[in-house]
Design a protein around this ligand. Sequence first.
Ligand code: HEM
Length: 266
Amino acid sequence: MFTINPFAVLSETIPSIFLQSFVIVMIGLIVVGTVMDMIHKKNVKYFFNNAKKAKKSATRELGTGERVSVIAKTVVYDIGTTSELGAGKRRVAHLLGMYGTVLFWVASVVMIFFYTSTSLTTPSLWPILWHVGAIMTVLGGAWFWFFLRVDVYSEAQPWYRIIQADLFVLALIATSLFGLIWSYLQSLNLDGRWDDKVFLVFYIVSNLVLFGGVYWSKFAHMFYKPGAAIQKNLAEADGSRDNLPPEADAPEQFGMGIKREAPKHY
Ligand code: HEM
């Protein structure tokens, strides 16, 4: 299963142009959902107004080289390692899910666009990345959802309580899990059986929910968070600090109470 391109097998019954059109529609849904979200929340307008205002209190002008270096460091460190989540389980779970999803999506696009309509055999690397990415996403997403999400971890809500905020993580887990099960069943070559088709339908529906639900879910954080991290680090470098006061010139003494319990009440 790990070395079989499931989309190439599927394209023997469904023309690859349908698979490719599906991907294009999903990308369109991301764009529409994110733009609607930005219009509704007015967050990007606020973000740019705030950045413009903060620029006035900059204590130094950054050269192009310096800006590029700050942005590159932010991409590699803050974004690439989700440094915002600090050390610990929360960050490991996010990295598993984030890189798993990236692998799953990139491998899907490559296999659907380059290895379904031609007689080329898919290099094993792509199906392996697709399956490994899906497993990483299921592990990272499930770890987060069952154990780490704030309403369960800090607010003592039961693990089975589902609210709208769970739409993104649950749809993400569902796409990867159904994709894996579909690929496995299809690789068994159960001629005349319906099992793999049922999971193919689940896989399609969960993708429609994930990408069609961008406006209602936390999907767009993957675009906002990097933007905010870059702005924060540029504001740090030019001295404007987003109009926040400078750090106190005093030792960090919070009393013994701070050691009593790890911070987990948000
Ligand atoms: C493919 C890209 C990404 C995926 C698939 C992804 C996935 C997720 C998921 C599933 C959650 C849990 C959502 C929830 O609260 O229910 C989450 C939360 C979060 N993500 Fe991402 N993310 C991505 C990119 C990023 C990036 C680039 C950043 C920051 C630079 C980031 C920062 C965060 C933060 C701070 C949280 C809150 C975590 C918490 O509440 O413990 N994410 N992400």
